[in-house]
Write a protein of this length. Structure first.
Length: 289
């Protein structure tokens, strides 16, 4: 009797857990659709900016723009922006991002350079705090709906320091959104800007006002901010995709566990009934004797 009561309690507990994970899966699915829309909207703008830079870039102009400056030799000081999530329950999502960040940190420091760490997301902040590693800036307020203003606040100080020669490179570790089940951690070098290579370029004639230098000077910072914004948006979408997958797997596992517990409960209940019947028959036979 005690065994069947314990099994009923376990079945009820797993059913409650399955209801929670199913709800979280539905919420993640709803958020994922909106996050996908933001990713799709951000990519054409990034592509257009890259095309403008590719059309305007000229090696003769490169020395006039600090954001195009390439350090001689190995960069001495690299700012690394690591984007993670504020919440868990999304499988190995944050662990993969932190693993990629640690690999890149070891690679940079192994080359004799210094790493300056900037972390977005409570999970990444907590992990590097556990490691005892210094973090230059911490951002927990961006959440799963990043804006261009968030990207500007994050990267503008780094652009200023890069232009002043106090940084030699800026890189971003983020989750690239390929699909809901494919969100690989990715490294993106945002500074110095590498002008995109024009493909299928044709001879064109433009009337540029106020001039190519002024236009390029305005577009370059915009391009850097957009690169960081795109990394934030893709990571937010990847987080929801990873959470949906993790919660679906948890829901399916809970269902399998419930089926197993119910079979065990039915066998235990059947054995108990059989034993009670045997006791009744035995008692009746004893009374006859």
């Amino acid at each position: 009797m005690a065994q069947t009561r314990e099994l009923r309690r376990r079945i009820k507990s797993v059913e409650n857990t399955r209801q929670i994970t199913k709800t979280m899966e539905m919420v993640a699915t709803s958020k994922l659709k909106r996050a996908q829309d933001r990713v799709v909207a951000a990519r054409p703008y990034a592509q257009a900016l890259a095309e403008v830079i590719g059309e305007l870039y000229d090696p003769a102009l490169a020395d006039r723009f600090p954001l195009l400056r390439r350090p001689e030799g190995t960069p001495r000081r690299v700012a690394l922006i690591v984007i993670t999530s504020n919440r868990g329950l999304c499988g190995a999502f944050n662990g993969n991002l932190v693993k990629e960040a640690r690999r890149r940190i070891e690679e940079i420091e192994g080359a004799g350079s210094e790493v300056e760490l900037h972390v977005v997301g409570r999970k990444g902040i907590g992990f590097f705090k556990f490691l005892g590693r210094d973090v230059a800036t911490r951002r927990q307020d961006i959440g799963d709906r990043p804006t261009p203003e968030h990207a500007g606040e994050l990267v503008q100080p780094l652009m200023d320091r890069f232009a002043g020669g106090r940084l030699d490179a800026v890189e971003v570790i983020f989750a690239r959104y390929n699909s809901a089940i494919s969100t690989p951690p990715t490294r993106l070098a945002v500074l110095p800007i590498v002008p995109p290579v024009a493909t299928g370029r044709r001879e064109r004639f433009y009337l540029l006002k106020p001039g190519p230098e002024d236009i390029l000077g305005a577009v370059l910072p915009l391009y850097v901010r957009n690169q960081v914004f795109r990394a934030l948006v893709e990571t937010a979408a990847s987080e929801q995709g990873a959470r949906r997958t993790a919660m679906k797997n948890a829901t399916d596992s809970a269902g399998d566990m419930i089926d197993t517990l119910r079979r065990t409960y039915n066998r235990a209940r059947q054995s108990q009934i059989t034993q009670e019947l045997a006791e009744i028959v035995g008692g009746a036979e004893a009374l006859k004797g």
